[in-house]
Design a protein around this ligand. Structure first.
Ligand code: ATP
Length: 332
């Protein structure tokens, strides 16, 4: 049976990569139909709302959203739209798999890590206080509830996907109470998964280790801000932001998006790499139980990447988004 999903087209390269991904999903005969909305800065300038009510209503109804990057206008008092969506729908688990591909020239061919980033608290609660003209405080919130559920999800994922190890990333040597709580909970939950190895690393050491020996990392779980930073680092290891997909999962809702932003520097040029959004769509298909369709698309993407003749400029190729799309559709 066809499943209806909501699609947000977003800003910058968002519309181009969305159209491309929808073409590939249709060509792969994904059993989906789409309710498609313009959202973001351009939509706000045209019609006065960053996310129109009808777009929210569609996600409320369908509970599954494929979202391309959105620009939050600066200087108009808007809270980040990404943070707003994660909070509103309690999308607490941000899962970002980063894997080296044979196609991509990178000195790090051994990367295969999955980052579990807590998505609702930490410094991202955005609670800052002006104490006096020269002093600002920002709140870092860590709770047992939010930490437990993301850590438990990381271990459950490791078990379900045959992964060997879960690593907790923190700065508990300095932030003894907040990151200390996260680490304590990690160690408690790890005891419930004796079949999965576990260890922990301090964030600064992790940055060095990820560059020196990235092959040691498997599943990693961490508070919000460290997840933001390490996933961009991971994308650099595997060849760039164009290759890093993500899912944002809550109890009732799920949102799938590329990790990269709206890339205004290349918007409209027809050269954006749609792979991150396409792999996010594959994660969506897997979430919906459409394993064969996802596997078919993944195989076609791998084939095109491995052939290496039709790659977008961020991967040192000369293909346009449309040529890359057509190569994937041909491989399907
Ligand atoms: P944000 O703050 O919204 O996360 P950002 O400032 O980190 O965004 P991005 O929009 O992610 O920036 O872009 C960073 C760089 O990566 C830019 O040079 C951009 O062109 C490039 N880039 C990002 N996504 C892609 C893509 N899909 N294809 C090709 N290049 C990309």
């Amino acid at each position: 049976m066809e499943r209806v999903i909501t699609v947000f087209k977003g800003d910058g390269i968002g519309p181009e990569i969305t159209d491309c991904v929808l073409d590939i999903l249709r060509a792969a005969k994904a059993p989906l139909s789409f309710e498609i909305f313009d959202v973001g800065e351009a939509e706000w300038r045209r019609n006065g709302a960053l996310i129109p009510d009808a777009a929210y209503a569609s996600f409320d109804r369908n509970r599954v959203l494929l979202k391309s990057p959105i620009t939050t206008p600066i200087g108009h008092g808007f809270r980040s739209l990404n943070v707003t969506l994660r909070k509103k729908y309690d999308l607490y688990a941000n899962i970002r798999p980063a894997r080296s591909s044979r196609a991509v020239r990178t000195p790090f061919p051994q990367v295969d890590m999955v980052i579990f980033r807590e998505n609702t608290e930490d410094l991202y609660v955005g609670e800052e206080e002006q104490i006096d003209a020269d002093t600002v405080h920002a709140k870092k919130i860590i709770t047992r509830g939010a930490s437990s559920r993301i850590i438990r999800d990381a271990f459950a994922y490791a078990r379900a996907h045959g992964r060997k190890k879960v690593t907790c990333i923190h700065k508990a040597n300095i932030l003894k109470l907040s990151d200390g709580l996260f680490l304590d909970i990690f160690n408690q939950i790890a005891a419930e998964y004796p079949d999965i190895e576990h260890d922990d690393k301090i964030i600064d050491n992790t940055c060095m280790q990820m560059v020196m020996n990235p092959g040691q990392f498997d599943v990693m779980v961490m508070p919000n801000l460290y997840g933001d930073l390490l996933s961009d680092l991971a994308s650099g290891l595997i060849g760039g932001l164009g290759l890093l997909p993500s899912s944002n999962l809550g109890t009732d809702y799920a949102m799938f998006e590329a990790v990269h932003g709206s890339a205004p520097d290349i918007a409209g040029k027809g050269i954006a790499n749609p792979t991150a959004l396409l792999w996010s769509a594959c994660m969506m298909l897997e979430y919906l139980g459409e394993m064969d369709c996802a596997a078919n698309i993944r195989r076609a993407v791998d084939q095109v990447l491995n052939q290496g003749v039709c790659l977008t400029p961020d991967l040192h190729g000369a293909a346009t988004t449309a040529e890359y799309r057509d190569a994937i559709i041909a491989a399907l």
